[in-house]
Design a protein around this ligand. Structure first.
Ligand code: BTN
Length: 268
């Protein structure tokens, strides 16, 4: 697919968001857009700022995994934002980002699902991934990077290097795909989310998250560090933590070190 151009991307932003955005970068190749955003945007303090890249050589995934990032086939985006909130109030932001991405995908007639906390899937195949990383944390102030990898039109050869089932927008929609338009809609929806989240927190996203979730009611296996728990998923609490009935007791799981397996799915 053709490379992104800023005119095409920014055409999708309302005037207010164009004025709000302080910096943008469109790179051909970077190590990781999250790394760039943390090292350059967050350090400069001139936020919000966004970086898109055509490819990444050290794309970062959750649980320290590598995010396969072939050139020009997908969208790799990192938005750096200054939240006037405590880090504890941002615990469930990553789930709300998942909701915003699923909502955005509806523009292309795609009804994606969420697997806790924010895996974006279609019939068990990964369509997009989200990785949040923070830099400055002072009371009431956090600079956060929201990284999103969205598969757009990926060659089947990638099966050799991606260790989980995956799909892309091209395979899932009949709509004509314009990468600039998709990137712009994605950016706009995440900027809108950040603005709203500062005012409302997770509360206004929770019901939608729950309606997109594939885990509630399912038999699950939870890996929390070295411990493994089996139980029935009860959904999430108001902080976005996962509730699981384990041997008749409800247990609550938080955090980046927890992964979930639903029935026979691969461990996330
Ligand atoms: C996951 O493992 O599900 C999260 C993957 C997040 C990948 C994106 S691609 C853009 C941004 N830059 C990175 O290095 N990672 C995120």
């Amino acid at each position: 697919m053709a490379s992104l151009n800023w005119q095409g991307v920014s055409d999708q932003l309302p005037e207010e968001q164009k004025l709000q955005l302080k910096q943008y970068r469109l790179e051909n190749e970077v190590g990781s857009t999250n790394e760039l955003a943390l090292q350059q945007f967050c350090r400069s303090g001139n936020l919000p700022a966004v970086c898109f890249a055509e490819s990444q050589t050290r794309g970062r995934g959750r649980h320290g995994r590598y995010w396969v990032s072939p050139e020009s086939e997908n969208i790799y985006m990192s938005l750096a934002w200054n939240f006037e909130l405590d880090i504890n109030d941002l615990q469930s932001l990553s789930l709300a980002v998942g909701v915003a991405v699923v909502d955005m995908l509806k523009c292309y007639g795609v009804k994606a699902s969420l697997k806790w906390p924010n895996d974006i899937q279609l019939q068990g195949k990964k369509l997009a991934g989200i990785l949040l990383e923070s830099s400055i944390k002072t009371p009431g102030q956090v600079n956060l990077v929201i990284g999103i990898g969205l598969n757009v039109s990926m060659s089947a050869d990638m099966n050799e290097v991606i260790d989980q089932p995956w799909t892309d927008l091209d395979r899932e929609t009949d709509c004509e795909l314009d990468k600039n338009e998709i990137a712009g809609k994605l950016l706009s929806s995440i900027m809108q989310l950040c603005t709203e989240y500062e005012k409302t927190g997770f509360e206004s996203y929770r019901d939608r998250w729950q309606s997109y979730d594939i885990c509630t009611g399912a038999s699950v296996q939870i890996k929390d560090g070295d411990n493994i728990f089996a139980g029935i998923c009860l959904g999430i609490n108001n902080k976005g933590a996962l509730r699981v009935m384990v041997d008749g007791d409800e247990q609550v799981f938080y955090g980046a070190d927890v992964s979930i397996r639903v029935n026979k799915d691969a461990v996330n």
